[in-house]
Every structure is written in C-alpha cells, then in structure tokens.
Design a protein around this ligand. Structure first.
Ligand SMILES: [Ca+2]
Ligand SMILES: [Ca+2]
Length: 74
C-alpha cells in the first residue's frame, strides 16, 4: 500500500503540519521544522489502512484541521 503524506494546518506552531501514517501502525505529525507535534507520534492500535486526511471536522473558526486515519486490527 502506498501511503501519502497530508499537509495542512492543525494548529500548534505557525505554518502547516505534515501527517503520515505508517503500515507499522503509527501516526506521525511533524511541524515544518521537522519536530514532532506535541503528543505525536500516536500508536494506532493496529495497522494503518489509509493515508491521513486533514479536514476541519468540528468547523472551528480558526479552521484548524483534525486528522482522520483508518487503522485495522487483525
Ligand atoms: Ca500549524
Ligand atoms: Ca477543527
């Protein structure tokens, strides 16, 4: 499976963040300076089956995106 990075504003530091899911079951989000976003990477409790999607699910006025990724456990 080919995992693609997602780029978007998730809050935190100024500038966009980069989100990547790994088949090993981790979700990474990096700031533009390559540091980890606070509380990441996260263990997905399974293996990722999709690339991350950045979308403003809660419609906050800052337009910060939430991160959606699907993982699966055998
Ligand atoms: Ca940011
Ligand atoms: Ca939001």
């Amino acid at each position: 499976m080919n995992f693609k990075p997602a780029v978007g504003e998730t809050g935190g530091l100024p500038g966009e963040e980069i989100a990547v899911s790994s088949p090993g079951g981790r979700l990474y989000i990096w700031n533009l300076d390559k540091s980890n976003v606070r509380n990441f990477p996260k263990d997905l409790k399974g293996y990722a089956v999709t690339s991350p999607l950045l979308i403003n699910l809660d419609g906050d006025k800052e337009d910060f995106n939430e991160v959606v990724v699907v993982s699966k456990k055998d």
